[in-house]
Design a protein around this ligand. Structure first.
Ligand code: PEP
Length: 248
């Protein structure tokens, strides 16, 4: 039985005021939750959030650099994230692919660096509206997944989570229907089974894209959806806690 994960991606939002109201409440929630709860604040706040998170609330970064160290002004290495006692890092978020031009090859390198540092990489994949309308959803999504897993050893898969996030559903209020999401999640799991059925069965595949309290329960009830990656709604404590409870 795969343990569900509900992850909050704050993106470039948040403040000490938000941290002080949200993190203690989530730390309490995490103590009694059957799901794993993860928050990914901006890197500047990671140390403070980690200190307030207690033992059960997981804290992750939104991005990392692929190199161990060096002349990369403004960047943060996976070793530094591990030193902060973080457990996860998002890689390949569609905003990083679209705005910062991150390629599948770079995302594979970041994933390897994260795993080598002992972090769990949350690999984000998803198609644009145009790609969906052209019937290319599975080509695009499975291509993004394979580009990374082909670079990993099977033993590394326990340090990988996949997040299917249709780009057209991120921050738009348009959620994929549970049928649309389940279809892609199932296809991802089947593609992973081409490498190893056992590892594919164990892989957590999250859905992201305008998840909110009102749709979380239906999405999380799908057989291949193992939780959610939540953007906007993760900034509201009541809404995010309701989404976490939907995963129980
Ligand atoms: C995201 O940023 O990963 C995301 C899914 O955002 P939202 O929930 O706001 O659509």
């Amino acid at each position: 039985m795969r343990k569900k994960i509900v992850a909050g991606n704050w993106k470039m939002n948040g403040s000490y005021e938000l941290i002080n109201s949200l993190v203690p409440a989530l730390a309490e929630e995490a103590k009694q939750s059957q799901a794993e709860i993860l928050v990914c604040p901006p890197s500047l706040f990671l140390g403070d959030v980690r200190r307030q998170a207690g033992e059960r609330l997981l804290v992750g970064a939104q991005n990392c650099h692929e190199a161990e160290s060096g002349a990369f002004t403004g960047e943060v290495s996976t070793g530094m994230l591990a030193e902060l006692q973080l457990s996860h890092v998002l890689v390949g978020h569609s905003e990083r692919r679209a705005i910062y031009g991150e390629t599948d090859a770079l995302i594979a390198q970041k994933t390897k660096a994260a795993i080598a540092a002992g972090l769990v990489a949350v690999l984000c994949v998803g198609e644009t509206l145009e790609e969906r309308e052209n019937g290319r959803t599975l080509d695009v999504v499975l291509g993004q997944v394979k580009a990374v897993v082909e670079q990993l050893e099977l033993a590394d898969w326990s340090k990988l989570v996949v997040a299917y996030e249709p780009v057209w559903a991120i921050g738009t209020g348009k959620t994929a229907s549970s049928d649309q999401a389940q279809e892609v999640h199932r296809a991802i799991r089947e593609a992973l089974a081409g490498f190893s059925q056992e590892h594919a069965d164990a892989m957590r595949i999250l859905y992201g894209g305008s998840v909110k309290a009102a749709n979380a329960e239906e999405l999380f009830a799908c057989p291949d959806i193992d939780g959610g990656l939540v953007g906007g709604a993760s900034l509201n404590v009541d809404e995010f806690i309701s989404i976490c409870r939907a995963a129980n």
